[in-house]
Design a protein around this ligand. Sequence first.
Ligand SMILES: C[S@@+](CC[C@H](N)C(=O)[O-])C[C@H]1O[C@@H](n2cnc3c(N)ncnc32)[C@H](O)[C@@H]1O
Length: 373
Amino acid sequence: MIPPGTKIREGRTDIIVPEDHSSHGPGTIKGTVFFNEQMAFNRDVSVMLLRAVGRDMTVADAMAATGSRSVRIANEVPGTQVTANDISADAVSYINANIELNGLANCVSSNMNMHSLFAEHAYDYVDLDPFGSPVPFVQSAIRGCRRKGILAVTATDTAPLAGAHAVKCRRRYQSEPVRGYMCHEGGLRILMCSIARELAKFDRGMKPMLSFYADHYFRTYIRIEEGAEAADRALQKLGYMQYDMDTLARSVSYDKDREHPYGPFWLGPLHDGEFLSRMDPSGLAEEKRASKYLGLWRGEIDTEVFVYDMSELSSHLKMSPPKIDDFMVFLNEHGHAAKSHVCPSSFKTDIALEDLLPLYREFSPDSRPAQSI
Ligand SMILES: C[S@@+](CC[C@H](N)C(=O)[O-])C[C@H]1O[C@@H](n2cnc3c(N)ncnc32)[C@H](O)[C@@H]1O
């Protein structure tokens, strides 16, 4: 039976979704089954990433709701065999309708608790997209990943991870979050740290393929590496931050015996640069946005953990901000600098703070005479 709803088109796929659904923000359940239009970009990235993997894969969408991500992957990524799972029977009626609507022979529905699904079955790619924190589900999702599989995790509990609810972050993630301009980079790295710790319990390590903050959520795609040595290598990439919001001084430490204000965080790379070079946004629902983000991810200086923000430097020096694109060109005459994806006014650089501050002062419009037109 076709469930009540409305038909939308996302990417190259038709999807029946509940008439009353979220269209922006973190999204709330409006009827019995959840759908958020704004997450089209999140689903686009899954399609783009799996297309770049370029080999036949079994896929489990552990919490599929309407099955929007599952049917997009099955329809838009050649060589995939998709299981669209949700604990809710109402959700499964949408999933079945969407499989039928797109005539997909490579997608099946499943109505199980994901913990039971992954106790019995394993897949090359597992997608975890829960309401709020993924923490209660990560261990089962890891079990559900085949050897050297890919695990994709969304976290929409931005307030704890970004330090607005520090107590909750300590409880859920056992990390001390960082506030201020580092809060989103910090939140993403706390999520990744908690996944690395969970993987290590299974003698498994991780190599991030792509990790980002967008809209109201964090998302990471990691390739699982097998063996105790891989787990130890990943654990060695966990460490701490010092970040003084008054002086802007910042540093990292791997010394577990010292007292640290913030962390632990994943201090390894967020992305796999070679893999990103193979990703192509053609034909996605939000092709322009995906292309813009892809450019930022590819250009980002992934060896640096800390972001600077133009507003942070401006208020610290009490000087007006220059245009960020012009400032990046100027900084690259003195070192290496590139915009960061976490915020349009943020960037990373290998230039030390004591050299960066005079450069900002020199380049601020307050220090330069107005250009005649
Ligand atoms: C945020 S929604 C998923 C949205 C979906 N991935 C999309 O892109 O539209 C979370 C879903 O998880 C399902 N869920 C919650 N707990 C579950 C469990 N233990 N096993 C399987 N599904 C679960 C809910 O029924 C809900 O449909």
